[in-house]
Design a protein around this ligand. Sequence first.
Ligand SMILES: [Zn+2]
Ligand SMILES: [Zn+2]
Length: 354
Amino acid sequence: MPEVRKDPVIGRWVIISSERGKRPTSFRTSEPSVVEGEFCPLCPGNEDKTPPEVYAIRPNGSEPNTSGWTLRVVPNKFPALVIEGSLNKRGEGMYDKMNGIGAHEVIIETPCHGISLSQLTVKEFENVLWAFRERIIDLRKDKRFRYVLIFKNHGAEAGASLAHSHSQLIALPILPKRVMEEMEGAKKYYQYKERCVYCDIVHQELEDKDRLVVENADFIGIAPFASRSPFELWIIPKKHNSCFIETSPEEFTSLASIFKDILNRLYSSLEDPPYNFTLHTSPFNETINDYYHWHFEIIPKLSKIAGFEIGSGFYINPTPPEDAAAFLRGAKYEITASEEITGVQLKNNNPSKS
Ligand SMILES: [Zn+2]
Ligand SMILES: [Zn+2]
């Protein structure tokens, strides 16, 4: 059973996950890599190679855990936290810890091996966002959990270990420090100005326009003022909303369209960079409020975190967000992939099956 331990000085929680166990020598391998052509457990036909699905979109009503799906959510086969058991919060001398209870799931975004999230149609992309919503709604019923973190690792350098396009979620028994800091910062701003800081950011960025990459009826995509790294991007709803799951169906369509646009701009202008994105939304115990405002943060992996960043929590960003935004505003891409790929025969990257 993994353990969650608290740093006694700064209060940061760490998952000590021996299950995912690596022997000391196994860290000394070279660059991470995703090997193409290997057996893919996420491809249609290999449903029995993953734990049973917890959510799926099956347009023709096929049986669970068979092929015929367009999106599938399954528990991670090698979870960082485990679902069974009690938290058993306890002390060990001066230290605090608890059992590593949580949910770790994989959202398989498409049955097509070899196409990336940005290549999905807007409708398919929207389904991914709906899946995020459905899973949050389901997991927050579990009283042990306080937060669900949705994230994606795209590309081996960003931490993806499988080539098949997927995102992940981890439901946590504690509020991550990063989330807590954001909530507290937003709350302080609200107490001082009686306005939501993100609503103010939306107004400011629409006025300045230097850091605005794209805009549609419901969302803006910006390079944030204090971007930590080159081409960091945020997608923020224009209308105040503290909680992702409260988003309306129309807004989901709008979000899928701007998200896809942004990923396409990154893809075409930076040659498919590795990236991570995370969904930032209110924790379960304060879902609806006036001070927090949900959003997505996308961070391309173009620079390495080094000693200074580790030691200081300070980032050195060599690309001003104003330049990044201008560059991405001018990005050109063809909208060929989406509609064409949907009709294409599903490519199963499983040599043993072809
Ligand atoms: Zn696959
Ligand atoms: Zn707001």
